[in-house]
Write a protein that binds this ligand. Structure first.
Ligand code: NZQ
Ligand code: ZN
Length: 382
């Protein structure tokens, strides 16, 4: 096990009927909120009403910033910053999924910065200050509710990049599993694939294969995600499964999932971000396409050891090939795409996707992935 420092200050309020606590909690930080949400799911499932009622009851006035896109974009983020500044917002409330939370994080940092918020994503500037952020999560997927990163797409340059700072940890995140019961099946599946992807990245690229605790945590999260998703797809109203799924996805990217691995890379994410940047597909769908192809590459370059260990613990299979098949079959079973043509991406575009992916691979300093390697992985996914 490699040395590590772990810090995660996010207070989680979890369970039924917890959304109404948002106002009392947020009132400790400010009186004028920017309320950020997406395309309207929060209006249809009652979250909006509960949040706004709670804000008003606790003396918080709010300005709305709605219309956050899945795969949030830079222009809309800049609009949010302008709105928050013009209205002197001293607190930001994000109600929705990872996209809403990520854009809110970028706004929180952007409001306090004189330059352009994109500077944080290119590494031109570091985040030095941020407005207090509170979240109400409505989809288990990204872990953004309990981590310090955010991902935004620059529509002009087609770069889907991330920014991060300890200042971006939400103060409080409210996780009420009942809010997730309105999720369409495809979004449930996308979230499950994303949570799985978050635990496999570190596990399969670890610099140290002798980290029993983290390996077992990864196995447990993966088994929980798979079991819960199967139960949710059979019965969307299954509260127990919704609850464990929600907490599993949070644990899958709050830092615990990679402790002791001594680094590791997010290579599947680096390649996927190009798919969602260029074609605006769901992040989870892109990962379900990249992962089986990358596992085949990993088997060739790193051997079967980790695949056998994971497959044995999670799927009850014996060989590396069976583990890769088990992943792919489970993705298919839950309705996720596993090849590029399923999301209408032609093989002819692979050089263009590779070019885009190399931008992030360089930015994240992932060694060993040149143009030929990335193209090869994408061709396996074609
Ligand atoms: O926009 P609305 O109307 O709210 O609808 C959303 C959206 O269409 C809908 N939805 C969310 N909760 C719902 C619901 N529909 C019905 N009932 C509910 N309870 O689901 C759709 C997808 O929402 P989105 O927020 O885009 O999903 P997700 O949470 O998967 O976020 C994806 C984004 O997060 C980034 C991804 O790249 C992508 O941009 N990521 C963020 C990370 C982070 N900050 O740590 C890490 C991840 O690896 C990822 O990159
Ligand atoms: Zn992800």
């Amino acid at each position: 096990m490699q040395n590590f420092t772990f810090y995660n200050p996010v207070k989680i309020i979890f369970g039924r009927d917890t959304v109404s606590k948002i106002g009392r909690e947020a009132a400790k930080a400010g009186k004028k909120a920017l309320l950020v949400y997406g395309g309207g799911s929060v209006k249809r499932n009652g979250v909006y009403e509960t949040v706004t009622g709670s804000l008003s009851k606790n003396g918080i006035t709010f300005i709305e910033h709605s219309g956050v896109k899945p795969n949030p974009v830079l222009t809309h983020t800049r609009e949010g910053i302008k709105k928050a500044r013009e209205n002197n917002c001293d607190v930001i409330i994000a109600a929705g999924g990872g996209s809403v939370i990520d854009e809110s994080k970028a706004i929180a940092a952007g409001v306090k910065y004189r330059g352009d918020v994109w500077d944080f994503f290119t590494g031109k500037a570091a985040i030095k200050d941020a407005v207090a952020l509170f979240t109400v999560l409505t989809i288990p997927a990204t872990g953004s509710e309990m981590n310090s990163g955010c991902v935004v797409t620059n529509e002009e340059t087609k770069q889907k990049y991330n920014a991060g700072s300890q200042l971006l940890f939400p103060r409080i995140s409210i996780l009420d599993p009942e809010t997730t019961m309105s999720l369409p099946q495809a979004q449930t599946a996308n979230g499950a694939v994303d949570a799985l992807a978050h635990v496999i990245e570190g596990y399969f690229t670890t610099k140290d294969p002798d980290v029993i605790m983290t390996d077992e945590l990864v196995h447990a999260i993966a088994r929980s995600v798979i079991t819960c998703t199967d139960r949710i797809l059979a019965d969307p109203e299954d509260y127990g499964a919704r609850a464990s799924m929600m907490w599993s996805a949070t644990l899958a990217l709050n830092g615990l999932q990679a402790l002791g691995y001594g680094g590791g890379s997010f290579i599947n994410h680096a390649i996927e971000h190009s798919l969602s940047a260029l074609y605006d597909i769901a992040h989870g769908a892109g990962l379900a396409i990249v992962m089986p192809a990358w596992f085949k590459y990993h088997l060739k370059t790193d051997g079967p050891g980790r695949l056998i260990k994971f497959g044995n613990a999670v799927f009850g299979v014996k060989s590396a090939e069976e583990t890769i098949d088990a992943f792919e079959n489970w993705f298919k079973k839950i309705g996720a795409p596993v090849r590029l043509p399923e999301v209408k991406i032609p093989a002819a575009d692979i050089p263009k996707i590779t070019e885009n992916a190399l931008g992030l691979i360089n930015r994240w300093e992932i060694a060993g992935y040149d143009r030929k390697t990335v193209e090869g992985i994408l061709r396996t996914a074609a």
